[in-house]
Design a binder for this molecule. Structure first.
Ligand code: SF4
Ligand code: FES
Length: 133
């Protein structure tokens, strides 16, 4: 569960490709910060840190997270924890989560878990063909 860090002046953004299910909230929300045609694809300094943080928090899978460096508060987990499902089997969870993985415990505030049983990245949804149909 390793995250790659993209450093900015006021905020660092971290990304874990194994958790991303390409919901595209990031690229739709701030295309000048999240641009898959650029390298690096995340440029935190292209927008105000508050906007970057707001869009990162829209990422449903927890593939994106951030660390403020400007003394502003970091993300607060939802209380109480909220779990929603959709017809594909995905379980969308927001809260203070400790998720056991093959590697280590993941401490996160957002996750999409697999409810269909076909993910190759359990317990997380990997947006397999089956759950997309
Ligand atoms: S919002 Fe999150 S899950 Fe969606 S494409 Fe961006 S990083 Fe991936
Ligand atoms: S719910 Fe998406 S792979 Fe199972």
């Amino acid at each position: 569960m390793s995250f790659r860090t993209y450093n900015g002046q006021d905020i660092d953004v971290e990304f874990n490709v194994k958790l991303c299910i390409h919901a595209a909230e990031c690229v739709k929300g701030l295309p000048n910060v999240f641009d898959v045609d650029k390298r690096p694809w995340i440029s935190p300094d292209n927008e105000a840190a508050d906007h970057v943080a707001e869009v990162v928090e829209r990422c449903p899978s927890g593939a994106l997270r951030y660390r403020r460096k400007d003394k502003e508060p970091n993300e607060k987990a939802s209380t109480p924890t909220v779990i929603e499902s959709d017809s594909s089997g995905k379980l969308f969870i927001r809260g203070h989560l400790n998720i056991e993985t093959d590697e280590k415990m993941l401490d996160t505030s957002r996750a999409i878990l697999c409810g269909c049983g076909y993910s190759n990245n359990k317990p997380f949804c990997d947006n397999s063909d089956i759950c997309r149909n």
